[in-house]
Design a protein around this ligand. Structure first.
Ligand code: SAM
Length: 397
């Protein structure tokens, strides 16, 4: 990526450079968005050719700081001192000790500093990914944008309960925004912050937030969108561009906690959400009840399994709109056939990975040329990083 001198700025974050969290902070914000939109266009053009793409709509942030709703910090060890931060750029083992993270809300940084201070009180070391010895592993912090409240999952290796309980007590007193603390235990060798067991140590089981008029509660295992400042704009763009009239059957595949389903429920006849993780499905059902929404049904299972023989689309009326929001890898190869077989008038594809998006769009358009790309919008969900969220609407001619 070519950077002009006039586009360079002094990075706001003192950890910029070594920290692997943000790669673009030395570029002014409008140049970041411009360069990401160019990358997106070129990735999609490479797969699809120029003629098929409508002009790219761009939605960036008014204030591109302090926006993250979830951060995963990793513990490290510097001689006798416990450190906590993000992976060093291009390193799986080295941790940059962070005092203040500029993309996280300020109360998350306050909690980050408090955790480090308190961890220093115990004669326990951080987990070492080379030796697999040590206790402290991750601090996963989620924030409610609406209330400013925080949920912490303190993740450790197998070990004693007492220091974690005592840490929870000290942190709950030190950081007023902290309303929920879980202990997550993982003995996994791989570097993923997914606990094998979770135990509520302090405060509420869930935090509450809202998107538009939809209220929802989330727990420590739920998928939450990383940028709550923009997520309402994404959902509203889906609602508006899908031109719902209140009579449609909408299938929301890879629905997480069901937020797109719940957002669209008031504009459709029925919504059907599909999600592989039982805890997300349970939250989707709880969130529907919380909002008095009775026309949403959530199914637990893998999309590629539930689509076999198009069984999923026999649960209700044939789909008028199918929303796809898969993980980074994109659609499973077995999804495409039954998806196209449903001949839905509209497909919406929401993606955090332009490469898998381009690949999937190419397959969809080649296998059913009666679809065309009507609309593409890029949302700058991840300012100062190379990542982005993309919304594509396909209509069937
Ligand atoms: C990007 S998130 C979706 C978020 C949701 N649409 C929202 O806006 O909050 C992708 C979701 O797909 C789920 N998932 C991953 N693989 C799946 C599969 N094969 N079938 C169904 N769900 C899957 C994940 O658990 C995750 O909740």
């Amino acid at each position: 990526m070519e950077i002009l001198d006039s586009e360079r700025v002094i990075p706001r974050c003192r950890h910029f450079g070594p920290c692997g969290g943000c790669a673009l902070q030395d570029l002014n914000y409008s140049a970041q968005v411009e360069s990401k939109s160019k990358i997106l266009s070129s990735v999609l053009e490479e797969q699809l050719g120029k003629g098929l793409l409508p002009p790219l709509q761009i939605s960036s942030m008014e204030d591109p700081w302090g926006h993250r709703s979830k951060m995963e910090f990793t513990f490290g060890q510097d001689a006798d001192r416990v450190t906590l931060g993000l992976h060093q750029r291009a390193s799986f083992q080295r941790i940059v000790d962070i005092a203040q993270c500029e993309i996280a809300p300020p109360q998350m940084s306050e909690l980050l500093r408090a955790i480090k201070e308190v961890a220093g009180n115990f004669p326990l070391k951080s987990y070492n990914p080379k030796t697999h010895q040590g206790f402290w592993r991750y601090a996963v912090i989620r924030a409610s944008r609406h209330t400013g409240e925080l949920m912490l999952v303190l993740m450790t290796n197998e070990g004693p309960r007492e220091p974690v309980e005592s840490m929870a007590q000290l942190l709950s007193r030190a950081v007023p925004a902290l309303k929920s603390i879980y202990w997550g235990i993982t003995a996994k060798v791989s570097d993923v912050a997914h606990p094998d067991r979770l135990d509520l140590l302090f405060g509420s089981q869930f935090l509450e937030d809202r998107v538009g008029s939809v209220r929802y509660a989330f727990g420590p295992s739920n998928f939450i969108q990383p940028n709550h400042a923009l997520v309402g704009k994404v959902y509203e763009s889906i609602r508006k561009n899908a031109a719902l009239t209140g009579r449609e059957a909408v299938y929301d595949l890879y629905c997480g906690m069901g937020l797109i389903s719940l957002y669209l429920a008031g504009s459709a006849e029925r919504v059907y959400g599909v999600e592989s993780e039982q805890e997300n499905v349970a939250s989707a059902e709880r969130n529907a009840a919380m909002n008095g929404i009775s026309n949403a049904l959530f199914l637990c299972g893998r999309v590629e399994e539930l689509l076999k023989g198009r069984a999923l689309f026999k649960v209700g009326p044939p789909p008028d709109l199918i929303v796809l929001d898969p993980p980074r890898a994109g659609l499973h190869k077995d999804v495409v056939g039954p998806l196209l077989g449903a001949r839905a008038p509209r497909l919406v594809y929401l993606s955090c990975n332009p490469v898998s998006l381009g690949r999937d769009l190419k397959v969809l358009l080649e296998r059913d040329p009666s679809y065309q790309i009507e609309f593409i919008q890029m949302f700058d969900f991840f300012p100062h990083t190379v990542h982005q969220e993309v919304l594509v609407l396909l209509t069937r001619g």
